[in-house]
Design a protein around this ligand. Structure first.
Ligand code: HEM
Length: 300
């Protein structure tokens, strides 16, 4: 039976609100974002590994939301180091599935409980000693902290790589399972229009910059996991020499408004041909996002 994380989700949301305040109607993380219409064009290379309908040969429509990770919808773009790219794929049989990526390849903690402990500590204004204790208790969080610490000012949504972080299982027509990790690679890695000063000081610079760059594109890559590669630990990377190849392209064409903003990008909603491993952070995200969603759609 799947574990229920709804109590933990309430504690997490309360701690986030204690740190960042309550912003009625907004997501409790990645509060500021903008929606785009897109089409995903699979190239057939995933077919030997999965029967997932959007990864065969037929193009599917998609909606993309770029976001700033902060729970504050008025955050100055340059002040929060992690950005998100969430994709909702519209499968031919009217199902949907999601890929929710961020600009760092690993997460801070192996378990949702550890993450909640860290945000609860952060909400109590910890001293340097408390932080050191936390790093000793959760040494796996160092990799993500190190990456975030060395992040340069973020200049453009359309020139960054995005990592859905968790491993997933692809399942083919013979029932064979293969662990994979995804990565979105942008067509352009440099934007002539991107300006450091503007990114650091302007509140909504990133959305304006992206709107000027449209249309933009990303290629979806997968890496094949091998025996011994961690599939249930969102803090772990796989060795660099693993086989990686492209499975499709996302073409993002236009800004769209989403008046009620009722999309919940739940990374555990996967179609036949894809399975979620027992990664506790991945599974907890369903209840965590539902707790945030429940509040924001009521205007709380
Ligand atoms: C226990 C760990 C986590 C917590 C507590 C957490 C919390 C949240 C919450 C509350 C939301 C708002 C959901 C909504 O209202 O629809 C959210 C959105 C988001 N999270 Fe997480 N999250 C966690 C792990 C992750 C991980 C591992 C990733 C990396 C892939 C991630 C990437 C995102 C993105 C990109 C969004 C924005 C989704 C959108 O565009 O609607 N989160 N997160």
């Amino acid at each position: 039976m799947e574990k229920n994380y709804s109590d933990l989700a309430e504690t997490a949301i309360e701690s986030i609100e204690k740190i960042a305040g309550t912003h009625p109607g907004y997501r409790r993380a990645h509060a500021k974002g903008s929606y785009y219409e897109a089409v995903f064009i699979p190239n057939g290379q995933a077919i030997p590994y999965t029967t997932a309908a959007h990864l065969q040969q037929e193009s599917v429509k998609a909606i993309v939301r770029f976001s700033d990770s902060s729970p504050n919808p008025k955050m100055i773009d340059g002040l929060s180091p992690v950005k998100g790219m969430s994709v909702q794929f519209h499968l031919p049989n009217e199902e949907v599935t999601y890929l929710v990526g961020v600009t760092v390849p690993v997460f801070l903690t192996k378990t949702p409980e550890a993450f909640v402990e860290i945000i609860r500590l952060a909400s109590q204004k910890p001293g340097p000693r408390d932080l050191v204790k936390m790093f000793i208790k959760y040494p796996e969080s160092r990799a993500a902290f190190r990456i975030i610490q060395h992040t340069k000012p973020f200049l453009s949504y359309s020139t960054s790589r995005y990592y859905p972080i968790h491993a997933f299982y692809f399942v083919n027509g013979q029932g064979e399972r293969q662990a994979v990790k995804y990565e979105w690679v942008p067509d352009e890695t440099f934007s002539l229009g991107a300006k450091k000063e503007a990114a650091i000081h302007a509140v909504d610079y990133l959305e304006k910059e992206l709107n000027e760059q449209l249309p933009v594109g990303f290629t979806l890559y997968i890496t094949l996991g091998e025996e011994g590669d961690a599939v249930e630990d969102s803090t772990a990377s796989w060795p660099k020499e693993r086989t990686t190849f492209a499975i499709g392209r996302l073409e993002i064409s236009g800004r769209i408004q989403h008046p009620n903003d009722q999309v919940m990008f739940d990374p555990t909603v996967v179609p036949a041909g894809i399975e979620c491993p027992d990664d506790p952070v991945l599974h907890a995200r369903r209840d965590l996002y539902a707790a945030s969603f429940k509040r924001r759609i009521k205007g709380l």
